[in-house]
Ligand binder design. Structure first.
Ligand code: SF4
Length: 358
């Protein structure tokens, strides 16, 4: 079970202008036999060096698609990408394959959810960690191998010199995940994208992996994007939070702000569907009604309106017809007024979440 607390003194939200990664008006649409899938539909965010941005949302909300775009990993034959992705001053959306190849694994690296499919079963762990280092740094095999052993030690693999000769199937799930982190960090990437890095792990190993990411971030000063469906995970490690729904950002702010006073009905739903340390074990969780929308034909107006209980508070059919915009900085894409959000949160949502009224 995860908790919703971030230690006091958490860094302030990212400010535009000094961003290491800047995404502006990003659209990622896929052509399929059934039509165009609007996987990301007008997304903007910033990330500074040394900070962690948590991106949360259900499956199909556009989290992973956004980050694969940063790495230029979509097939251009079936993908239309519009907007800007600027990484350390370098425009990524129009970059050629050679430029992207140089950046991947070197300046930007990704940790995938499933280490078993991300690691090749045919090569030793040591080889899989040392190869990218040799390729990007042009060092000898021996130097690269020593570096792989050093990285395995850093991620807490016992007897790293010995274990570097093992194949992935000889590692436990938690150890494979650590090995994948070692592989991702071997070139000291400035941006690390971790896509559900702990989903397949039990809670103890999950906590160890998250601690490890924080420690390594301190050491290397990397910026991290942490993609997850679990608000509890980001609460413990992220500085800023972006909540996505149907390919759009619906709420953003610092982790403390969003978790202390969430403003969007979808965020309220995500919080209500999480287990809490204080809840009775027999108390049922409250899932968000309905299912995520089809991105082939997303709902008009606010994409969340078919699942939201508050369109009548807004009135005038606005939720069904008018797309709400997300303000710059802290805020939510919702037509409810600030007063309505506050009173609904205090009177209806807080008691449902078991939060104190103070
Ligand atoms: Fe709900 Fe309307 Fe706000 Fe969308 S805009 S979240 S439908 S109240």
């Amino acid at each position: 079970m995860t908790t919703l607390t971030k230690p006091e003194g958490s860094p302030a939200p990212s400010s535009a202008g000094s961003a290491f990664l800047s995404v502006r008006d990003l659209y990622v649409h896929f052509s399929t036999e059934d039509g165009t899938v609007k996987a990301v539909d007008g997304l903007s965010f910033d990330l500074e060096r040394g900070k962690t941005l948590g991106i949360v949302g259900e499956s199909g909300s556009g989290k992973s698609v956004t980050n694969l775009s940063v790495l230029g990993l979509h097939d251009p034959r079936h993908t239309e990408t519009r907007g800007e992705i600027i990484l350390d001053g370098q425009e990524m959306t129009g970059a050629g394959e050679r430029t992207l190849e140089k950046l991947r694994g070197n300046k930007v690296a990704m940790i995938f959810q499933d280490s078993l499919t991300a690691l090749s079963p045919y090569y030793t762990i040591g080889r899989q960690i040392s190869e990218p280092y040799r390729k990007h740094r042009g060092v000898s095999k021996k130097e690269a191998w020593d570096r792989a052993v050093e990285m395995l030690g850093k991620v807490g693999i016992p007897n790293p010199r010995l274990r570097a000769n093992d194949y992935p199937h000889q590692f436990s799930g938690g150890m494979r995940q650590r090995a994948m982190i070692a592989m991702s960090l071997v070139c000291n990437p400035e941006l690390l994208i971790a896509d559900e890095p702990t989903t397949a792990l039990d809670v103890t190993v999950q906590a160890q992996i998250l601690d490890l990411l924080s420690d390594l971030q301190q050491e290397f000063g990397s910026a991290i994007i942490l993609i997850t469906h679990d608000l509890g995970v980001v609460a413990n490690v992220a500085d800023d939070l972006l909540v996505m729904y149907a390919g759009r950002a619906v709420e953003r702010g610092s982790v403390r702000e969003v978790l202390k006073s969430p403003q969007h009905p979808y965020t309220w739903g995500l919080l209500g569907s999480m287990p809490r340390l204080t809840s009775d074990v027999n108390e049922p969780l409250t899932p968000i009604p309905g299912t995520p929308p089809s991105l082939l034909d997303p709902p008009s107006g606010c994409a969340f309106h078919p699942r939201c209980t508050f369109p009548s508070e807004v009135g005038g059919g606005r939720c069904e017809s008018e797309r709400p915009q997300i303000p710059a900085g802290r805020g939510a894409a919702c037509h409810l007024t600030a007063d309505q959000k506050q009173s609904l949160f205090i009177e209806q949502i807080k008691p449902r979440l078991g939060l104190s009224q103070s």
